[in-house]
Design a protein around this ligand. Structure first.
Ligand code: GLN
Length: 243
């Protein structure tokens, strides 16, 4: 029996905008297909086993909670996460979680350290302004894929700048994206994906949940599901974004 083993990082602290719904979405879509689903929570102080999980999930958070988690991430989990990525495990970071995948999140004089899994840095706007609203991006997750659209909602004070060698996750169709002016959103480096899209993200984009399930389990095909409601949620999120 196929199995998806998820490690939820700080599900109590990094869960703004009900990002836990993303895990529920994965759990349901696996259960409906009789794929075994196991989720392990890793909080402050918990060590993680790089070989025990196929997908590491880090949701969004307020600056205060991000600070707490960042210090713990770099002191107790960084090496294990790098080792997990080396062997091809997926890492999905949403908003605050996305920011912590990079080198740093700069808040004025304070530097919140990141995992350094991707070459990016985030800088909090000096005037405190936030990038808020519905957002849609066009993505091509695998080189031979047709472009698809992810819909979501963003609310961040940080502006994320990608290093020269990094690829964004997608092109902004509507909304602000990484900086409000770069025209791109998120990051994708191999099995590491970061995005500002909340929603929660996966219930609004069932096809992306399935992409994660396929890549994390190694299954080539997934049984089709009745996605009438999910497709309606996706369409409504796109309408809200004005696409
Ligand atoms: N605290 C971060 C910011 O404001 C992330 C916010 C979030 O996760 N929505 O940029």
């Amino acid at each position: 029996m196929a199995e998806l083993r998820v490690c939820a990082l700080y599900p109590d602290l990094m869960n703004i905008y009900a990002d836990r719904g993303n895990l529920l979405m994965l759990e349901r879509r696996c259960a409906w297909r009789e794929i075994r689903f196991r989720v392990t929570s890793a909080g402050i102080g918990d060590a993680i086993d790089p070989d025990a999980h196929d997908l590491f999930y880090l949701g969004g958070g307020q600056d205060r909670d991000q600070r707490l988690c960042a210090l713990d991430l770099v002191s107790t989990k960084r090496d294990a996460l790098h080792a997990a990525v080396e062997r091809g495990a997926l890492v999905l970071g949403v908003c605050g979680g996305y920011q912590l995948l990079g080198h740093r999140y700069q808040l004025g004089d304070e530097e919140i350290p990141g995992l350094g899994l991707v070459d990016l840095e985030t800088i909090r706007s000096t005037d405190g302004s936030r990038l808020i609203g519905n957002v849609a991006i066009e993505v091509r997750l695998d080189a031979d894929d047709e472009p698809r659209v992810l819909a979501g909602f963003e609310n961040h004070g940080g502006r994320t700048h990608l290093g020269a060698g990094e690829q964004p996750l997608g092109r902004v169709l509507k909304g602000h994206g990484n900086t409000g002016s770069s025209g791109v959103e998120g990051v994708q480096r191999g099995s590491v994906i970061g995005t500002y899209l909340h929603g929660p993200l996966l219930p609004k984009n069932a096809w992306f949940a399935d992409w994660l399930i396929r890549h994390a389990t190694g299954l080539k095909e997934l049984d089709p599901l009745d996605d009438e409601l999910e497709d309606a949620a996706h369409a409504s999120a796109l309408r809200a974004a004005g696409v």
